[in-house]
Design a protein around this ligand. Sequence first.
Ligand code: B12
Length: 364
Amino acid sequence: MSPSTAELQLAARRLGFESCGVAAARPLSAGEFFRDWLAAGFFGEMTWLARDPVRRTDPRQLLTSCRSVIVVFMSYHSGQTLPKPTDEMRGRIASYALGQDYHSLMLARLNHLRALLQDPSARCYVDTGPVMERAIAAAAGLGWVGKNANLIVPNFGSYGFLGVILTGRELAPTSTVQSVSCGTCTRCLSSCPTSAILAPGRIDARRCISYLTVELRGAIPLELRSGLGDWIFGCDACQMVCPWNRRAALSQEPAFYPAPGHVFPRLAEWIGLTAEEFARLFSNSPLKRAKRTGLTRNIAVALGNLGDPRGIPPLRAAIVDPSPLVRSHAAWALGRLGDSHGLHAAYRDEQDPATRHAIEQALA
Ligand code: B12
């Protein structure tokens, strides 16, 4: 016999999920918004998002037998409040990525929940399939979609991951009524360093620092680089200012607490990582998604933004990196630090036309 919604919610709590709800499997009301969002091109290079939008906005297109969608929220809020040390050049990592990789951890827990359903066709997803997890979580009444587009859960704020199970079981949907919301607050809109929140809930991902530092594989657009500040992987600017995160309960999951050295990482150390060191250091971290070249590119930009002359030696080393992507961003950063000597030296040896152009621009 299938468990009731209440039994599933209890089991989810025992598995460490702060919140769990159920939405009936039907086309999401977010569908129209999503299609407009795609038409505007806001997905950038994440072309996988644009593939088959109908499937993404209706769980029954993904699993034909689907009757209900179970959705869970797990906090990763580790409450980092320490001021940034000024001893060395340091960067910043979004809090979702400070600890261990969440996909495998949450999928393993979700699979325990799935086993209770005794439904062999049920499927689990954590960021791993064409499902609109936030829209489903809002439909199940877990919280509401804030103006910063994040799902905000009462008492837990928005620093949390979502996961879903699609099942053929008919489960009682949970309440969809949320009596609280963002009200008149617009702090997230005005705090976004790259003005990526065009209107409440409407994000141009191409401008979002999270996209630029995690998903984008190529060059970061010149006009957005200064906005990155010291963020080297993801960004929390729109969540840090959210009043709902001020008194949010901390995560109960030790795996999501910061790995040693990941809070305000030392940029001069990390910019010089070899492929092997990168693989070893980040094998179980969300940071592996950026790959070594992506992370090194981001660190070069952060060093340029910090404007600290101590950034020149590590950037001069990065300007001979095997990757032209890294070299061109190191050139930009050296330009910001006014190191024309280092740029001239690099220009003499540079063969790649795009990187030569980047050096010329940096010198100019
Ligand atoms: C692509 C993606 C991104 C992209 C695009 C983000 C975006 N806002 O679209 C980038 C790389 C920028 C990104 C960044 C982040 N992401 Co992300 N991302 C995803 C992913 C894979 C798909 C999201 C998607 O479909 N986007 C398209 C937009 C249109 O849809 P949406 O934001 O999901 O849903 C919105 C619309 O439906 C809208 N909507 C619906 N109807 C209507 C009607 C009106 C009138 C309006 C205005 C809006 C509206 O409201 C929804 C909520 O924003 C999901 C996982 C998943 N499969 O869902 C994770 C996910 C959304 N990301 C997550 C996280 C943690 C982040 C970051 C916080 C990471 C970070 N710190 O750097 C940032 C937050 C940036 C932000 N403010 O949105 C979590 C969110 C958890 C939560 N509490 O909300 C998810 C659910 C992953 C997970 N499994 O936990 N992400």
